[in-house]
Design a protein. Structure first.
Length: 270
């Protein structure tokens, strides 16, 4: 059953050393992602979950469906500087073929560990998955049916068509699409994520279109339970950051069970 979830974008620009003098432009984005990621792990701990028998921390990115071994060191040398993220499990070898969203998630894990050393055991037991299409729906349904508490981190970008300097040709539909994504995430309603047009998302280069059904199914199909989860109720959705500073729509959001997220102030920014 899903306890808590975070949505973060997946640009290598998260890594300050890769950005040079422009690194500080994304400080607010990094800070928001830190909050969203830490919430997931803290919520698992608060629910009384102990790894690995009573919880799963699952990180999901877009791509060819499969499960990866991502607990070894990660190098960003392919992006211009050999910034190395330490291994989560000592002695685990590096995988040079990790897809970029998973690499970025590993970087965010290292930031979380620096701030929260008590999260180390949770990260050491994390699962790292890429998926898309029908497999995304099946993965979400499987996570919903797990008898243990699930913390989910989705790595997804929005439309890549914002403005003339975007990676893809400018498209006037980009803003409307990303606005609908943000509204769905803020609502905490699985059906609103499920109603997003995947074909339009793909046309706009939005990688989130490949994996929104993971969260929609994981949250929407959960069976009732007496723990602080999403179990058949709307989550408390919060958008912590949203923007398109380099022509790609990025959003940081948090979905938490009604009990977990109750009483917290929404801090959306753009």
């Amino acid at each position: 059953m899903l306890i808590s979830a975070a949505v973060v974008p997946g640009p290598p620009a998260f890594v300050p050393e890769l950005m040079g003098s422009a690194a500080r432009e994304l400080d607010d984005l990094r800070a928001a992602a830190d909050v969203a990621v830490a919430r997931v792990l803290s919520d698992l701990i608060a629910a009384g979950s102990q790894p690995p028998s009573s919880f799963q921390l699952v990180v999901v990115g877009p791509g060819q469906p499969g499960e990866l071994e991502a607990s070894g060191p990660v190098s960003f040398a392919g992006f211009g500087r050999d910034v190395v993220v330490p291994a989560l499990v000592e002695g685990q070898p590096a995988d040079p073929a990790l897809p970029t969203p998973i690499m970025v998630a590993r970087y965010l894990a290292s930031r979380d560990l620096a701030a929260h050393p008590d999260h180390a055991e949770l990260w050491a037991c994390a699962r790292w998955i890429t998926t898309s299409g029908a497999e995304a729906l099946a993965l979400g349904e499987k996570l919903a049916g797990e008898p243990v508490g699930v913390g989910l981190i989705l790595v997804a970008d929005g439309a890549a068509c914002h403005g003339p300097k975007a990676p893809r040709a400018e498209d006037v539909r980009a803003q409307g699409y990303d606005d609908r994504v943000r509204a769905a995430l803020a609502s905490g309603q699985p059906r609103r994520l499920a109603e997003l047009d995947p074909h339009l998302g793909e046309e706009l280069g939005a990688t989130g279109a490949q994996i929104w059904m993971v969260l929609a199914a994981a949250a929407g199909s959960a069976s009732p339970a007496d723990v602080a989860g999403m179990a058949g109720e709307e989550a408390v959705g919060e958008v912590l950051w949203a923007g398109a500073p380099y022509g790609v729509g990025w959003v940081v959001a948090s979905w938490r069970g009604p009990t977990v997220g109750a009483g917290e102030t929404q801090t959306n920014s753009s």
